[in-house]
Design a protein around this ligand. Structure first.
Ligand code: BGC
Length: 420
């Protein structure tokens, strides 16, 4: 990185930052996930060796993975009360952007009942970011739903979408001019696949019909929310955070190429085509690539993260170029990172990512920002706390934060890139 970093060029006013989501960091939330966790802690802990026993680092994680407490978000990393400290950590890394989500269940704990104190909390939260010259990137749905909304059938029912758009409109009116970048939905297909196809997330349904239905209702929810937000003010920049992987054929066989194209279409374009007209920019979450042989994904297992995910940060370039060619919108990377408890690969990962972004920019991609997942170690959904994605490690007994070596290094790189 040393010789090449001075050659790296990114557009002026580039957003350099990190990302989080309310339920994963705030602590003491009450939503459909909180309820689900409490019902599933024991079974998740019992299944841990079956689920993760093959991972290379199983010995390091097994104690935590077999502990039922691991699967309860509880006080998480207490970001709700410690957010100012966390904003200072962003500053330490010379960052100028932060992505987070507004917890709908705090703002509207009962149908139609707004909690003024919680709304005020988020207003102050954003003011504190602005005071530090950090651009907020606000997510409205990051996998959690108020219990009342889930009980009404959540996004399974088209008529429920109006509750989400009402929340979107209300909160954006309240937050006013202090926000500009809005993500309506985080990774809609990941949510649908885990909750309605594979069924390992709440509400644990396995139905192709619901998979299709919820996908379409989420697209509708984005479009409706975006229209309402734009009607408040056209200056708001609205998008979704689109999970993408770079899918490529591992050989020259026509079947491999066909499968790669079909998979890419189903995973990316099916949804994007429905919402793209109501997007001012495109949020991209990139974690891994998928190599296809014949009709199956078979990734090289040369380098994997703590979660066993293929690590090909360099392929971000091709993922970005593809989305640029197809949709021609400004892009912000809204998530990118790896589970790496030892911090052994993070610096390498970020280096490769910066090179990939730089090449994509040179090839015409209108890249406007990079938000690393995640600022803090946090609650990784059904896996609990053992996967560590944070630039900052957190000791959950004391809630003490420590910048990892890779974060200190990344901070210096950001400073250099911003001074250019
Ligand atoms: C989600 C995050 C999650 C991350 C790592 C993304 O799918 O948006 O909430 O923590 O991936 O698994």
């Amino acid at each position: 990185m040393k010789q090449s970093k001075s050659n790296l060029q990114f557009p002026k006013h580039f957003l350099w930052g990190a990302a989080t989501a309310a339920h994963q960091v705030e602590g003491n939330t009450h939503n459909q996930w909180t309820v689900w966790e409490l019902e599933h802690t024991k079974s998740l802990a019992t299944q841990a060796s079956y689920q993760y026993g093959d991972l290379e680092n199983w010995n390091d994680i097994k104690q935590q993975a077999k502990d039922p407490h691991n699967y309860v978000s509880a006080s998480a990393v207490d970001h709700y009360t410690m957010h100012e400290q966390d904003f200072d950590l962003l500053k330490k890394m010379h960052m100028n952007a932060f992505r987070f989500s507004i917890e709908w269940s705090r703002v509207e704990p009962k149908e139609g009942v707004w909690d003024a104190k919680e709304i005020e909390y988020y207003k102050r939260y954003i003011e504190k970011l602005k005071r530090r010259n950090i651009e907020p990137v606000v997510t409205l749905f990051h996998f959690t739903l108020p219990v009342w909304f889930a009980e009404l059938g959540g996004f399974e029912r088209r008529q429920n979408v109006r509750y989400f758009t009402r929340f979107a409109e209300k909160i954006i009116r309240e937050l006013g001019v202090n926000v500009r970048y809005i993500v309506t939905l985080n990774e809609p297909e990941v949510y649908v696949a885990a909750s309605y196809l594979a069924g390992h997330w709440p509400p644990n349904k396995t139905s192709k019909w619901l998979t299709w239905r919820v996908t379409n209702n989420l697209a509708y929810a984005h479009n409706q929310a975006a229209k309402k937000i734009h009607a408040i003010n056209r200056r708001y920049k609205v998008s979704i955070a689109k999970n993408t992987s770079y899918i490529y054929a591992g050989d020259d066989a026509w079947l491999s190429r066909l499968t790669a194209n079909v998979l890419q279409y189903l995973r990316d374009d099916y949804f994007l085509r429905k919402v793209i007209k109501q997007c001012d920019w495109l949020g991209v979450n990139y974690y891994f690539s998928d190599r296809v042989y014949g009709y199956r994904v078979h990734n090289p297992d040369k380098k994997v993260s703590d979660l066993g995910w293929d690590m090909s940060p360099e392929n971000l370039q091709f993922a970005l170029e593809r989305l640029h060619e197809k949709y021609d919108l400004p892009i912000i990377i809204t998530e990118n990172g790896l589970a790496d408890g030892q911090d052994a690969e993070r610096q390498w990962w970020i280096t490769q990512t910066l090179l990939a972004m730089h090449k994509a920019v040179q090839n015409g991609v209108k890249l406007e920002g990079y938000l690393h997942w995640s600022l803090l170690d946090n609650f990784e959904w059904d896996k609990g706390f053992w996967p560590q994605f944070g630039l900052v490690s957190v000791d959950r007994k004391t809630q003490q934060r420590t910048l990892r070596p890779s974060a200190l290094w990344f901070g210096k790189i950001i400073k250099h890139l911003r001074e250019q």
